[in-house]
Design a binder for this molecule. Sequence first.
Ligand code: DOR
Ligand code: ZN
Length: 352
Amino acid sequence: MQITSASITLIRPDDWHLHLRDGEALAAVVADSARQFSRAIVMPNLKPPVTTVEMASAYKARIEAVLAQQNLHSFTPLMTLYLTNNTSVEDVKKAAESGFVKAFKLYPAGATTNSDAGVTDLLGNCSRTLEAMQQYGMPLLVHGEVTDPRVDLFDREAVFIDRVMLPLRRAFPALKVVFEHITTKQGAHYVRDAEGPIGATITPQHLLFNRNAIFQGGVRPHYYCLPVLKREEHRIALVEAATSGNPRFFLGTDSAPHAKHAKEASCGCAGCYSALHAMELYATAFEKAGKLDQLEGFASLHGPQFYGLPVNTETITLERKEFEIPQQVPYTKDAPLVPLSAGEVLPWRFVA
Ligand code: DOR
Ligand code: ZN
């Protein structure tokens, strides 16, 4: 990694948690990720969800067709399957043997966008499946929030650790688990201190903002995602984790595009669009912490190490040049897309 007062050059990063959507939305957003990242773990929460190797293969082909149409030849989608109450041992075996399915994703039923088909009782319904995943070395990517309506929205991640994560990892101590998009001090400290194969992804919004951002001068729907932004003490713990050099923490944008009108609505969708300027956002967060030198580990080294994949060979460069985030970018024929922090100015600009 090379850091000067004018630029940063680092090994090309990967995005270990990304929503690419499908159809015209996919065609609108995939170039943003392909510009900055070499590979991405692609989330399976389509409608209907991607639950089988056949569906993942078809989705991968649709992504690759768009990449080819747009002359984007150096981006690799890494596919995931959506875990349901009915995922079988055979499904896990086929996924492991496919080579292109890299993980299963756990959405507790009702936790977030398109999670209705998710799991209602993980250990009760999925034990044989989890056992097979452990045996095949197939990682489980976890949306770590309980859905119990009696639990306060802001406590759902911390409660998930006690109610689900601990029993899960006690039952399957060799299962590779990624605690996705952690948002709390409890999440960061759990991953730092736990035994066994565990990692965590951290989004740019959870490093840069606390929950005040959602309410600054009025309701700001473009800062609303799930798990929701938390208090400042949690943001500080996440920055500490991301910049610590601990290989358990790696980059996952959770970039989750929704049309402008679907966010700016009486019941707006959860998700922040950050693929446009992901590395600028992360560099800003790392620089604010005085830890730019830790960016390459977080963005480019720790993820491949966890997934057992080679580190990329190319590099990317960010220049110290102000970047004004556009108010919106094209999305579907009916609607534009509003990026995270639209209208704000970042001190870094991705050049190549
Ligand atoms: O904010 C979110 N948006 N969180 C998720 O877990 C899902 C995502 C989406 O797909 O829109
Ligand atoms: Zn996500």
